[in-house]
Design a protein around this ligand. Structure first.
Ligand SMILES: Cc1ncc(COP(=O)(O)O)c(C=O)c1O
Length: 356
């Protein structure tokens, strides 16, 4: 029987979630003030709450993850100094070159083909001899979970080792933790474990946590003060932002533990597709809410696969060369995930056999 959906199942990203009725109510009732004057109680409480969660001194509420990364990086890296990150890091690939264009940050990358973190690979770049012509490495950025490699989790022991190595060299560490809550829930680590592995942390409330807007940067008070100044310079100072911060509080109260459901749904879909065409999915890399479908391995273009899926009511992204990405989230039920798995498996079978 052909599966069909009443409305499309949209798995292009976990940013697509809409605020739930409970979240909207919390937003409507939020106590607010002018946050540029530091007078919004709901924002102030959220900044303190998230800083405490990561065991950091202070927090800064921003409208987007790109902005928390921007001000977090720029607070540590002077103009012309260097940021090191993995070659497919969101900071370098998907923030429209902002770190270079606006903050004057230069960068080099190490390569992790499977997206896992190797402290040795990261530090090897910083170790390269430095003469009069070379810039100084000021910061290493890690991404947890790693988006473009399919939501891979950074191993906590590697993170801690990298922190020791960077500390010894006077290099700071930043985590693009857009999906760090997924990493925490899936790895059994704590938010404090993640926070203590880095100097600054950017956490998004508008990905798996389901808020419509908002990210928080945490770190030492002096760095956060510098970031607050930069946030205003970049146009990110907000006024009665407590309406948005209230959604963040609600997300922390209600949407962390349920990330396990998203992870289970991602696994359901991945297993179905792998059962149909094993080469499409590396099951052992499906650790959180993101699944990469490696259509190119069977000679199927990512674009045509995504197109066929869309025709059947499932929206996914043709993302990397020969790879589609799907992301499970708050607005996807187990039933929809099961039906999606069947649809994507059928298309995998049809397209792969047509190529052969
Ligand atoms: C890993 C990662 N970092 C940062 C961001 C940026 O977040 P925003 O879209 O809120 O700017 C994203 C967005 O998808 C992301 O996936």
């Amino acid at each position: 029987m052909t599966v069909s959906f009443e409305s499309p199942v949209d798995l292009r990203s976990d940013t697509l979630t809409r605020p739930t009725p409970g979240m909207r109510k919390a937003m409507a009732e939020a106590d607010v003030g002018d946050d540029v004057y530091g007078e919004d109680p709901t924002v102030n409480a959220l900044e303190r709450r998230i800083a405490e969660l990561f065991d950091h001194e202070a927090g800064l509420f921003c409208p987007s993850g790109s902005l928390t990364n921007m001000v977090g990086v720029a607070a540590s890296v002077g103009r012309g100094q260097e940021l090191l990150a993995e070659s497919r890091a969101h900071i370098l690939r998907s923030e429209v070159g902002g770190h270079g264009a606006i903050a004057g940050v230069t960068s080099r990358t190490w390569i992790s083909p499977d997206g896992t973190l190797s402290a040795d690979d990261a530090i090897a770049l910083a170790e390269q001899p430095r003469g009069y012509n070379q810039v100084g490495t000021a910061l290493i950025a890690v991404e947890n979970t790693h988006n473009f490699s399919g939501g891979r989790i950074a191993d906590i022991d590697e993170l801690r080792r990298l922190r020791e190595l960077t500390d010894a060299r006077g290099i700071r560490m930043h985590m693009d933790g857009a999906r760090v809550a997924n990493a925490v829930v899936a790895s059994g680590t704590s938010f404090a474990d993640q926070g203590s592995a880095v100097d600054t942390m950017s956490v998004c409330l508008s990905k798996g946590l389901g808020a419509p807007v908002g990210s928080v940067l945490t770190g030492p008070s002096a760095l956060i003060e510098e970031a607050r100044y930069l946030r205003k310079r970049y146009g990110g100072g907000m006024r009665q932002a407590g309406i948005l911060a209230a959604a963040g509080h609600y997300a922390l109260d209600h949407h962390i533990e349920r990330l396990r459901d998203d992870h289970a749904n991602a696994e359901l879909i991945a297993r179905d597709v792998a059962a149909a065409v094993p080469s499409f999915v590396d099951l052992d890399t499906v650790e959180t809410n993101i699944v990469l479908l490696r259509t190119g391995r069977a000679g199927v273009s990512a674009e045509s696969y995504a197109h066929l899926a869309s025709d059947r009511g499932v929206r996914i992204l043709a993302m990397n060369e020969g790879e589609c990405r799907l992301v499970t989230h708050l607005d996807i039920s187990e039933e929809q995930a099961r039906a999606t798995g069947r649809v994507l498996a059928e298309i995998a079978e049809q397209t792969a056999s047509a190529v052969v």
